[in-house]
Design a protein around this ligand. Structure first.
Ligand SMILES: *Cc1c(COP(=O)(O)O)cnc(C)c1O
Length: 364
């Protein structure tokens, strides 16, 4: 039997192949490759899809977060609070903007815990980053109430939550700024690096548009120290194709998740729970198991690849040794790092592949 990999990007490509090829050729045959019409039309479409006033395409998700931090005043001596169990890019963005990330424990859904965040607010805190981890939306009502009450900015890290709703609104539109990655494996993936920022605030939009283009609004007139971080037109054209199918792609992931939910029944395995009022778009289907490493090896022997998101939480990574965290400082975060396992979840996964995964999990 063919090995079941953690991801199969070829499946969704093949499904829309002629549309992707047409879009790519249209850009190649045109003469505008950067800051051209394809970027503009993708930005319009993505803003409209989310119900946001502005969208700025940038080079990748880390840059989206970094520019958002800069636009919101994160800098030297300023702190930004986030859940400890996130991809390190959420924290690197704060550092790149000159600030300091502060890590707190997540809730039982792997999501930001408003109480834990509030307990760590100091006079240095300027913002909170809420990560909709694995594709489930965070408690945005509580988080935005908290941030308003304490005078903090709220950034949403939506790198895993394209198309996920919090109540009636899309993730990315509830905080001050929403940041997206279009890394190829994300739910809305490009064919290379890409990212975007959405906001309803005209001033933030203008600032980010300027920062991504050397700090200039008018060519060779540089108002501030910007960067070069733009979404290429070819990626924008390809993303427009995928965006037009995003709702069906999301529905397919949710159906695949329901198959796992119904099929996996092993008392050693904790399945993902969805909080009442949240929506889950299953960027990852993450289980937890006390014997995680044995389980991963067991599955590998049976031809099933899995991945750990994430084995080393940022507060324990070498890169953040200077912050002085010790093992044991964030026991829940660390327990998640030791027990989580992402099983195969991608568009185009077949029922037979899922049955094989379920069978192996239940036999373990
Ligand atoms: C992927 C990801 C990022 C970074 O996006 P890149 O485009 O790879 O830079 C940031 N935060 C989270 C939660 C992610 O999953």
């Amino acid at each position: 039997m063919e090995r079941i990999m953690t991801n199969r990007l070829d499946r969704a490509f093949e499904r829309y192949q002629s549309e992707f090829e047409e879009a790519a050729l249209r850009v190649l045959r045109g003469s505008r490759y950067i800051l051209g019409p394809e970027l503009e039309s993708f930005e319009k479409a993505f803003a409209a899809y989310n119900g946001a006033s502005y969208c700025m395409g940038v080079g990748n998700g880390l840059d989206a977060l970094t520019l958002a931090c800069r636009a919101l005043g994160v800098g030297e001596g300023r702190e930004v609070i986030m859940q400890g169990n996130t991809f390190i890019a959420s924290a690197l963005a704060v550092s790149a903007a000159g600030g300091t990330p502060v890590f707190v424990e997540p809730d039982a859904y792997y999501l930001p815990d408003p109480e834990a965040i509030e307990a760590r607010i100091t006079e240095k805190t300027v913002a909170v980053i809420a990560v909709h981890l694995y594709g489930q939306t965070a408690r945005m009502d509580e988080l935005s109430e908290l941030c308003k009450r304490r005078g903090l900015k709220l950034i949403e890290d939506c790198a895993q939550s394209h198309g996920a709703r919090c109540g009636s609104r899309m993730s990315g539109t509830i905080g001050d700024i929403g940041c997206f990655s279009f890394y190829p494996t994300k739910n809305l993936g490009a064919f290379g690096d890409g990212g975007a920022v959405i906001t309803d605030n005209e001033e933030y939009a203008r600032r980010i548009r300027r920062l991504r283009n050397y700090g200039s609004e008018q060519r060779y007139h540089n108002k501030e120290l910007g960067v070069n971080s733009r979404l290429d037109d070819i990626q924008a054209a390809l993303l427009s194709v995928r965006l037009s199918h995003l709702d069906e792609l999301t529905a397919e992931r949710r159906e695949a998740a329901a198959v796992y939910d119904a099929g996996i029944e092993n008392p050693k395995i904790i399945k993902p729970a969805v909080r009442e009022g949240a929506e889950h778009v299953y960027h990852q289907y993450v289980i937890r198991c006390a014997q995680r490493d044995e389980l991963q090896a067991y599955l590998a022997e049976r031809g099933i690849d899995t991945i750990i998101h994430y084995p080393i939480p940022p507060h324990l990574s070498e890169a953040y040794a200077h912050l002085g965290y010790r093992k044991g400082d964030l026991p829940v975060t660390e327990e998640y790092a030791d027990t989580v396992l992402s099983i195969p979840m991608y568009n185009g996964i077949t029922r037979a592949e899922q049955e094989q995964v379920i069978g192996a999990l239940n036999e373990f």
